[in-house]
Design a protein. Sequence first.
Length: 158
Amino acid sequence: MRKLAAVVIALVAVAGCSDDSGEPRLSKDRWIEQADEICEQEKSEQGELDVPDADPFDETLTSAQLTQIADYLRASLEIQDRATGRLDTLGLPDDDADDIEDVLEYREDGKRAVEASIDAARAADAEQFSVNYREAVTEYGKASESARKFGLRECGQP
């Protein structure tokens, strides 16, 4: 279902980067440009995944549907992790690094909630899956909003 694809792409669109290693930092504008290129590639990879025909917000999901969603979410997180690795090489921008660190915290909270969703789905616990998945959507939504405020375009959009 396209609804799941849109939600998952929104969830993983905001990927992270690590602390500065002492290397010269990119200007904020250049950092945004490079980060958005990475996020555009990430979205492209996400678009290649087969989307389960199930509504992730349906609390009556079957065990088979939950398994399909868990597999899809796991593949999505693998794509996110690869993008995060590429973003790590950018370091933090020279301006407003604290704002990006806020985005990263929300993103990390969202990722943890997705991982908990996957665990609940694998345990065929539709109710807990729904709770965890809604938390993931909320946290990634906060990350996207913060990313847009920072100036990111691709990384802040579904």
